[in-house]
Ligand binder design. Sequence first.
Ligand code: NAD
Ligand code: IPM
Ligand code: MN
Length: 340
Amino acid sequence: MTHRVAVIPGDGAGPEVVAEARRCVDALGLDLTWSELPWGTGHYHEHGAMMPADALEVVRGHDAVLLGAVGDPSVPDHVTLWGLLLPLRQELDLYANLRPARLLDGIPSKFGDVDMLFVRENTEGEYAGVGGRAHRGLEHEVALETAVFTRVGVRRVVEYAFQLAGQRRGLLTSATKSNASRYGYVLWDEVVEEVHAAHPDVRVERVLVDALAARMVSSPGSLDVVVASNLFGDVLTDIAAVLQGGMGTAASASLAPGVATTPIFEPVHGSAPDIAGRGIANPIGAIWSAALMLDSLGEADAASALLQSLETVCRTGLLTRDLGGTATTSDVGEAVAAGV
Ligand code: NAD
Ligand code: IPM
Ligand code: MN
């Protein structure tokens, strides 16, 4: 069956890295069609919205989305992100954001061997979008930003993290802040304990997120699968990206395990406006995200061929300048495509 993939190249460096991911997938010769969706800040300037009114329907007509990045200095970030990426994750109910953090052979790192898997809650928590502002412009103006934790929302992502931990080293680390936060993270901890009862083979540890951030840097090898709320997962995975070489190297998959919906695959990094348009962005995170996509489309052999080629290219030292090399974005994409 033909895989129907929607591509949202987006803003800044997004289109540059996505083009290379596409080139690599094309080189695999799979039965796969791309529909390019020109959504993002350009669309916003032209039509007053980041994506069209029927966007969700359009996306649902595909088997996967490959996305570059969203965000441009010409429009406030909360407008662009709440106009595209966040509503897609929420309305498609993509509750688990999978972010592997593995140091590929050939990538320089100051932190030694790194191989963690982050499972980030992706639809609620601090990103629920609940809140508001009152007394606008007055001295006593107030802004409320309410984190929402539901038992169902926590349970489903924690359940998925336990499954993954069982398939790896049997260790699950749950990141919370249930010393200062008395409600949401206390519920989170309770749910972790409940789900643990069904997974006695997995050792679970509860680590306060501040201590976990320090441990990721001081002792990365002591961590395997980490499950975290939306905001904590966001922050921790930028640290994880640096542990595995840099922002340009990290991949992600927004999934709804067990539910028929359209998943989204995208690098962890943003639109990198400081380097966009110069052909120097690192495409590794985007190419790796495409490999995660192929895996989820049932193309496990193609996914591993792509990852292997990526790692071989890193080993030869063909690296972009963020990793100390001189290669361009397309040098890397071409080499990975040639090696699949
Ligand atoms: P960023 O990830 O875009 O950039 C942070 C730093 O990492 C910059 O120095 C940048 O040059 C570097 N970097 C990022 N990607 C790189 C790559 N592929 N190769 C080499 N270096 C790379 O984060 P930011 O600066 O905080 O955000 C910029 C914009 O992107 C904002 O509008 C933000 O809201 C948006 N953003 C979007 C996404 C997304 O769409 N998934 C993710 C994060 C940030
Ligand atoms: C990410 C990004 C997004 C997030 C932003 C752009 C809303 O930082 O995917 O990590 O916080 O989820
Ligand atoms: Mn982020």
